[in-house]
Design a protein around this ligand. Structure first.
Ligand code: ATP
Ligand code: MG
Length: 326
């Protein structure tokens, strides 16, 4: 059935609070050469993002995350529906100046080095030369690329390209940062650093929208998420709401003698009736275990390329006070 392009609907009333992004009835149907609908990439999606929130678009491959991001940026035209970013349509120039974007694939000039890359993007935002150099230095330090600032980005590993892409997305000190798969290609230390950076941005009052299919990334940083499947929102809410199991409780104690535990378990089992009472040893997740192993190994070994680990984390922490200001 042919899908007709329709004009955006009129704006619905905004709820109380500082809403940065409003999306209503958003639909994007890609068409083939003859104008026949080919893929319904985004289907009647609705959400709001507030200032200072870290908002996650979660979903399997091909579920519509990147298409949503491109619609929010005004890079694609919706087939139907309404989008407002900072109270204006996404294509508005003043709106675009307040947004930083890390695309799924970074489009970098392979013969420029990292400092020149940031200088180039800073120039696009009409930043004066001194300010550009200042921001470039701070951002390269923050993403752990200062030591390789004179290496051309064409020689960068995938993870290093992700890092320079992230620095580029922040060059205009944006109020809204949109990150499409920010941790793809990064090692676990790089992932942790990017996540710390995202949290630091949120603490500074920035709004972050990130898309990912990596559940651990989303779980660690997002306040609220939407879960996509087939272009439609299947679930939405805070992680606390979505993941809560209010009918279960966990008690964590130091390792106690077995007879003490048996006494406690007897009491709990009497109360629980035929419902299960479990005793187990909490395990750390693989990420924190991995980071511990690497941190110990780093005491004796040196790595080349991107700087990672505690130094990068310190830089993310320093962002609270030392990122490029307006
Ligand atoms: N330019 C395009 N032309 C035609 N179809 C497209 C286009 N871009 C995306 N699609 C289709 O829209 C659907 C959603 O794609 P999208 O890139 O938004 O998914 P995604 O959730 O970002 O996936 P991934 O996790 O793989 O990045 C897919 O079926 C895809 O094939
Ligand atoms: Mg994508």
């Amino acid at each position: 059935m042919p899908v007709t392009e329709t004009k955006p609907e009129t704006a619905p009333p905004l709820p109380a609070g500082e809403v940065v992004v409003t999306v209503r009835g958003l639909t994007k149907v890609f068409k083939d050469f003859w104008g026949r609908p080919k893929a319904r990439a985004v289907d009647n999606v609705e959400f709001e993002v507030r200032r200072g929130e870290v908002f996650g678009l979660l979903g399997p491959n091909g579920s519509g995350k990147s298409t949503t991001v491109k619609l929010l940026l005004g890079l694609l035209h919706p087939t139907r529906g309404y989008i407002e970013v900072f109270g204006r349509p996404p294509r508005n120039v003043a709106t675009k100046e307040r947004i930083g974007y890390l695309p799924e694939e970074s489009y970098l000039y392979r013969y420029l080095d990292s400092a020149e890359t940031l200088d180039f993007f800073g120039n696009l935002f009409h930043l004066p030369p001194g300010e550009r150099a200042n921001r470039a230095r701070q951002l390269l330090e923050m993403v752990g690329l200062n030591q390789v600032r004179r290496r051309t980005v064409g020689e960068f590993s995938k993870g290093m390209q992700r890092r320079i892409g992230l620095a580029q997305a922040l060059i205009n000190d944006p109020d809204l940062v949109i990150l499409d798969e920010p941790t793809s290609g990064l090692d676990p230390i790089g992932c942790r650093e990017v996540k710390d950076l995202i949290l630091a941005l949120a603490r500074r009052g920035k709004t972050v929208i990130l898309s990912s299919h990596l559940l651990a990334d989303v779980e660690d940083v997002c306040d609220r998420v939407v879960i996509y499947y087939g272009g439609r929102i299947q679930a939405m809410g805070s992680l606390r709401e979505l993941l809560a199991t209010p009918d279960r409780l966990r008690i964590t104690t130091p390792a106690l003698p077995r007879p003490t535990l048996e006494r406690a378990l007897d009491i709990l089992r009497q109360e629980a009736g035929d419902r299960e009472v479990l005793l187990d040893t909490p395990t750390q997740n693989l990420e924190s275990y991995f980071l511990g192993v690497v941190e110990r190994a780093k005491q004796t070994e040196l790595t080349s390329g991107a700087i990672s680990g505690a130094r990068g984390r310190r830089c993310a922490a320093a962002l609270d006070t030392a990122t490029p200001g307006r």
